[in-house]
Design a protein. Structure first.
Length: 108
């Protein structure tokens, strides 16, 4: 984990962020600046700066499985998944994360 990374701080519990979903590899929580009625972030518990630095195939699979698990849990049947890689592509936090956006969810 990185000492100054906002997502690492969230994962450590520094901000009492409510996790909608958590397993051994990832946490999922609501985006504080949502771009859709449902806007969640899927964040690996280990610090990986971006998709370009992700080497762990197990973690790759766990990120996508978490998307499936959390969308099922909250009843979100149609959604979009986005990964911004690099500042020029819109990555604001240098910690890999997936955005899940959608219109309505029953379980939020």
């Amino acid at each position: 984990m990185s000492e100054d990374c906002i997502f690492c701080k969230i994962i450590r519990g520094d901000f009492n962020t409510k996790f909608i979903y958590e397993n051994d590899y990832v946490v999922v929580f609501e985006d504080i600046n949502p771009k859709a009625p449902v806007h969640l972030l899927v964040v690996p518990k280990v610090h990986v700066e971006s998709l370009n630095e992700l080497e762990d195939k197990t973690l790759m699979a766990e990120l996508l499985q978490a998307v499936k698990d959390v969308t099922k849990k909250i009843g979100l049947k149609s959604y979009r998944v986005l990964i911004n890689t690099g500042e020029e592509a819109g990555q604001e936090v240098p910690h890999l994360h997936l955005h899940i956006t959608g219109r309505t969810a029953k379980g939020l």
